[in-house]
Design a protein around this ligand. Structure first.
Ligand code: FAD
Ligand code: UDP
Length: 387
């Protein structure tokens, strides 16, 4: 088969499909894509819940946002975007507050009417227990950003549920990306461009793969014994691999740790369950971290008025066989990753990319952006070395 294919792409997620599309369209290559799942799209895959027609994101809610003009222009070749702007609320002890923490959250929590300066002074005073020390873990970072009362209400319980690790054992960086705003702006993302694909993620991803020089074979595991399997292909054909890097090397340096999610989906006989798309649950005695209600992602669609689809999200450590979702990145993981990177650099004709191939949390725009960069910078060498 390698005679009529120029490039094998393992994984039909955003990274793999961006490489495949560019290689076929721009470079004129014949590309074979394989995925072990029965559908394309990787974790961005979505489908219509059959009894309601409501689009459900199968692997957790996906919101597209980017400030990268190249990625935005590229994405718009395959789909138009709605004007959806993401907002999140959180329930704490029977009361609903806006997230991320902003002047509205602060004033509601303290039953106050502070302006920005007074709110800053209040939080600075409540954060003073650190006495100017640099925070060394998530607990200290949270207190330094928002003071102990807000930290304990909105961050500690949620984070404990999401990570099942004492916040004093977690790196400060986990919540560094959660902003605190001294205005009433409660947009979740601050990027230039934001929206949802007008006719869904799967339509977008299907258009990326729709090219006469791209062939997609599903239900095909790279590590099984067949004509497109690792042992027959590597060294014969250039490979872009977007599966887990530790799996590729048969876990020779030890497994990398991941968190996984369990989703509990329910169709309810009401037109609107929670009035918004995502409600977080801050209390540690509520077992799930958040509830998604998918109809609110597309208010412009004509969805049924008497039924709705919700999904409760539960977080836990991934066991062998679970879907890997979030890289944990302990000190052991970081040491193993360096060893895997070294092995990857010496694997001729194979390029490792995407969130699993690099063990990095990547948003969709980051996966697309890094794939576009790889086509420019690494693909020429890969094509030369792969045969
Ligand atoms: P993936 O989409 O994971 O694709 C990798 C593909 O490789 C998979 O289809 C897999 O089946 C396949 N594969 C793996 N091993 C093999 C094998 N051995 N043989 C064949 N195929 C294989 N990003 C955002 O921008 N906004 C969001 O709101 C957002 N929410 C998210 C929520 C959750 C719960 C998660 C987990 C991620 C979220 N993301 C979000 C990130 C987004 O999912 C990623 O950016 C995107 O999936 C990265 O694409 P990828 O191609 O690198 O990986
Ligand atoms: N977080 C929190 N309370 C919230 C939302 C987030 O404590 O209501 C913390 C939590 O530690 C989480 C991190 O902020 O892991 C990042 O949250 P975000 O919603 O950006 O992460 P996601 O799970 O959507 O990738």
């Amino acid at each position: 088969m390698s005679g009529d294919v120029d490039l094998l792409v393992v994984g039909a997620g955003f990274y793999g499909l961006t490489v495949a599309e560019r290689a076929a369209n721009e470079l004129g290559l014949r590309v074979q894509v394989i995925d072990r799942r029965p559908h394309i799209g990787g974790n961005a895959y979505s489908e219509l819940e059959p009894s309601t027609g409501i689009e459900v994101h199968r692997y957790g809610a996906h919101l597209f946002h980017t400030s990268n003009e190249r990625v935005w222009e590229y994405a718009n070749r395959f789909t138009a975007f709605t004007g959806y702007v993401h907002h999140v609320y959180t329930t704490y002890r029977g009361e609903v507050f806006p997230m991320p923490i902003n002047l509205g959250t602060i004033n509601q929590f303290f039953r106050s009417a502070h302006g920005p300066a007074a709110a800053r002074a209040l939080i600075a005073e409540q954060a003073s227990e650190l006495e100017g020390r640099e925070p060394t873990n998530l607990d200290e970072k949270g207190v330094s950003l928002i003071g102990r009362p807000l930290y304990e209400a909105f961050i500690r319980g949620y984070t404990a549920k999401q990570w099942q690790t004492d916040p004093r054992e977690l790196p400060a960086s986990v919540i560094a990306r959660l902003p605190v705003r001294y205005t009433y702006d409660n947009r979740y993302f601050a990027d230039t461009h934001e929206g949802l694909p007008v006719d869904g993620y799967t339509a977008w991803l299907t258009r990326m793969a729709d090219h006469p020089r791209i062939d997609v074979r599903l239900d095909t595991d790279f590590f099984a014994d067949h004509d497109l399997g690792r042992d027959r292909v590597v060294g014969q054909l250039p490979v872009v691999y977007t599966g887990p890097v530790d799996r590729y090397f048969d876990y020779a340096e030890g497994p990398l740790s991941w968190r996984t999610l369990d989703f509990e989906e329910e169709v309810l006989g009401v037109g609107d369950f929670q009035g918004t798309s995502v409600m977080n649950y801050a209390d540690d005695d509520v077992p799930y971290t958040r509830i998604h209600e998918f109809r609110h992602f597309h208010p412009e669609r004509d969805y049924p008025r008497d039924r709705t689809v919700i999904m409760r999200e539960f977080s836990r450590f991934a066991e062998p066989g679970d879907e890997p979702y979030y890289p944990i990145g302990t000190a052991t993981d970081r040491a193993r990753l360096l060893a895997y990177r070294d092995r990857a650099a010496h694997e001729p004709g194979v390029h490792f990319g995407g969130r699993l191939g690099t063990y990095q949390y990547l948003d969709m725009h980051m996966a697309i952006g890094s794939a576009l960069a790889a086509v420019d910078n690494q693909l020429p060498d890969l094509l030369a070395a792969g045969r």
